[in-house]
Design a protein around this ligand. Structure first.
Ligand SMILES: *Cc1c(COP(=O)(O)O)cnc(C)c1O
Length: 387
């Protein structure tokens, strides 16, 4: 048996050991973290809906109606009219015949890929895809090939030779640690030309990109024929919890029968589904949230470009500043913490070796004053780096 203590010590020595930061109170732009107030710049609550009074109210009211637990799996007795209504609204929102709720994005990805692919099939994934997509491929027993980031030419070379078995191309819509977009129009063209599945996980695009918050697909103007399998999560821009897959009737019916992470798990609490119905409506209706977010992003980038920090190319709320070593990312994060700014460092294996970073995220509920605090902190960091 190997020594867990030795491995933990090794993580500690390489500055890779992760720790909890304990929040008291709600998620939001200003949080109480480990007992101290801080401005939060590392949440995925991009639209500021996680603690929105109407969303909270919907959860409370629905708990009075449905109670807390769903009591069982969707296909036993855990599926309520709250789940059904939310699925209908998500289908309508994504312009697809049907949607199916999962308990989390991780589970949705495991469920979809392992249900659709089997030994003898091939799956092509972007090197920077979310861990759940890569794990799903392993679980499916299909042959996994990871292509260089956003390199549709590599996909084109690999997908072309016809072999027995099905092919699937899988990509994040917006890359979770980098904030850039996948070349979806090219991937869609390849998938159609080679009769491959195309699956897009738009955890960071939905609610944020596109005029109505339709995400990466709306940004590019792609429909359900071009991207037949769309996964979205509810714990990010929509501020609640859970995930869904949207697609045509046969896809959804098939997943209901075959996706093991759908079948063998307790359905999410109905009150959470009711809260999500409200947050989805707000996300669609309140265009100012996306407009304000866009303005914050533009001003952030304008300012940071003058600080001499390595800011990555991105027009989404995910704005990475690359530190390189884990040690430096940790030091930067601690430096900002002293200024009352919360940005957790992102280190390997979440990102490739040598690309540890501050993954700064902006939210529609950040004010001009919050942004000014962040910029002051980053200006200091830039000055101290230059010596
Ligand atoms: C967060 C995330 C997931 C996982 O979703 P959860 O609902 O948090 O399990 C899946 N894919 C991507 C791209 C993500 O960023």
């Amino acid at each position: 048996m190997r020594s867990l203590r030795a491995e933990l010590n090794d993580l500690q020595r390489r500055q890779l050991r992760r720790e909890h930061r304990v929040l008291s109170g709600p998620q939001g732009p200003e949080v109480l973290v480990d007992g101290k107030p801080a401005v939060n710049f590392c949440s995925n609550d991009y639209l500021g809906l996680a603690a929105h009074p109407q969303v909270v109210g919907a959860l409370q009211k629905a708990a009075g109606v449905f109670g807390v637990g769903s009591g069982s799996a969707h296909l036993v007795s855990g599926y309520s009219d709250a789940h059904r209504a939310l699925e209908g609204e998500l289908a309508e929102f994504t312009g697809r015949p049907r949607a199916l709720l999962f308990s989390s994005g991780y589970m949705a990805n495991l469920g979809v890929i392992s249900a659709l692919l089997r030994h003898g099939d091939r799956v092509f994934q972007d090197r920077l895809n979310h861990a759940s997509l890569l794990d799903a491929a392993v679980l499916s027993r299909a042959r996994l090939r990871r292509y260089p980031h956003a390199d549709s030419d590599a996909v084109s070379r690999w997908v072309a030779p016809a072999q027995g078995g099905d092919c699937m191309i899988v990509s994040d819509g917006v890359f979770s640690m980098d904030g850039d977009l996948a070349p979806l129009p090219k991937l869609a063209a390849l998938a159609r030309a080679h009769r491959a599945w195309l699956m897009v996980d738009d955890a960071h695009g939905l609610g944020v990109l596109g005029a109505t918050g339709g995400g990466s697909l709306e940004h590019y103007g792609l429909d359900s024929r071009e991207v037949p399998i769309l996964v979205g999560t509810l714990g990010k821009a929509f501020g609640t919890f859970g995930a869904f897959v949207a697609g045509d009737t046969d896809l959804i019916e098939y997943l209901m029968q075959k996706a093991r992470t759908y079948i063998y798990t307790t359905a999410p609490p109905p009150a959470v589904a009711e809260a999500t119905r409200v947050s989805l409506a707000i996300a669609r209706r309140e265009v100012w949230r996306r407009t304000h977010l866009g303005e914050l992003i533009a001003r952030f980038r304008d300012a940071v470009k003058g600080f001499g920090l390595p800011l990555q190319e991105s027009f989404t709320p995910i704005q990475p500043v690359i530190a390189g070593s884990a040690e430096r990312a940790l030091a930067w994060s601690r430096r900002l913490a002293r200024e009352g700014i919360l940005v957790t460092p992102i280190r390997p294996p979440t990102v490739p070796e040598g690309s540890a970073r501050l993954r700064i995220t902006l939210s529609a509920v950040h004010t001009d004053q919050h942004l000014a605090r962040l910029l002051d902190g980053l200006r200091l960091l830039g000055e101290e780096e230059r010596g």
